[in-house]
Ligand binder design. Structure first.
Ligand code: ADP
Ligand code: ADP
Length: 223
């Protein structure tokens, strides 16, 4: 059974910018799907609609069979413009989603510390975002998304500002989270190389209006 179904989704910005035109696609549990395509083809728009951050103009998204009306605890997301809270420490940023879920302080700090270490930032818990590089901030965002233990991870170019070595480590983490924890990933990338390396399936979008142009199964052994 697909965990996410996108049914007849269209999005028009203003009067005439058709960012998405009648998108139909389903995402299986434990799969990693990449959205690939040129700038402006609607990748971010589609990801935000699945996240519940944007309303489609037409159509609907179902998560576990239920229509999406907004963000929910089963979907964690990493978007460039939903950045870190500048007034909060790395620890408080990474633990934010858990706090929203009502997880008690000591438990959420243990979990957040675990994922801070996982993204290579052990020892930086008391730092503030402005004290970190762009890549390090991106990793804090990733830790925050991983810590909430959502079934679905929605990521908009999460590795764009991290170095090659960190990117490889994250890609290994993705394989493990997908295989062991059956997480479902939906992933926006510009890089065909990255998409081919990490994906079970690649959805190619074409712009004006945003439509699915091709669905590719890289069929490459993972891990
Ligand atoms: P991608 O992520 O593939 O670059 P986007 O989803 O960001 O594509 O954008 C798809 C189209 O919608 C583009 O033509 C873009 O200019 C337009 N668009 C995106 N966001 C807005 C917005 N808030 N208002 C108006 N047009 C927008
Ligand atoms: P990018 O250059 O892609 O932004 P990062 O943001 O990951 O790469 O790192 C930028 C710099 O921050 C690194 O060159 C390194 O000096 C420092 N840095 C990053 N992560 C760590 C870490 N875990 N411990 C110490 N220094 C780090």
């Amino acid at each position: 059974n697909p965990i996410i179904e996108v049914r007849g989704v269209s999005k028009v910005y203003g009067n005439d910018v058709v960012a998405l035109d009648n998108i139909n696609i389903a995402f299986e549990t434990g799969h990693l799907t990449s959205l690939l395509g040129p700038s402006g083809c609607g990748k971010t728009t589609l990801l935000k609609i699945v996240a519940g951050l944007l309303q489609p103009t037409a159509g609907e998204v179902l998560v576990k069979g239920k229509p999406v009306t907004g963000p929910g605890p089963e979907r964690a997301f990493v978007f460039q413009d939903f950045a870190l809270m500048p007034w909060a420490s790395v620890m408080d940023n990474a633990a934010f989603g858990l706090k929203m879920q009502g997880v008690p302080r000591s438990e959420r700090e243990d979990k957040a510390r675990h994922y801070i270490a996982e993204v290579g930032l052990a020892g930086f818990e008391k730092k503030y975002p402005h004290e970190l590089s762009g890549g390090m901030r991106q990793r804090v965002g990733l830790a925050r998304a991983l810590a909430v233990n959502a079934d679905v991870l929605l990521m908009d170019e999460p590795f764009s500002a991290v170095d090659e070595q960190t990117r490889r480590k994250f890609q290994e983490d993705l394989f493990r989270l997908r295989e062991v924890e059956k997480k479902t990933f939906l992933f926006v990338t510009h890089s065909i190389e990255e998409a081919v390396y990490v994906s079970d399936r690649i959805i190619m979008l074409s712009p004006r209006p945003g439509r699915i142009s091709e669905i590719i199964d890289p069929a490459i052994p993972k891990g």
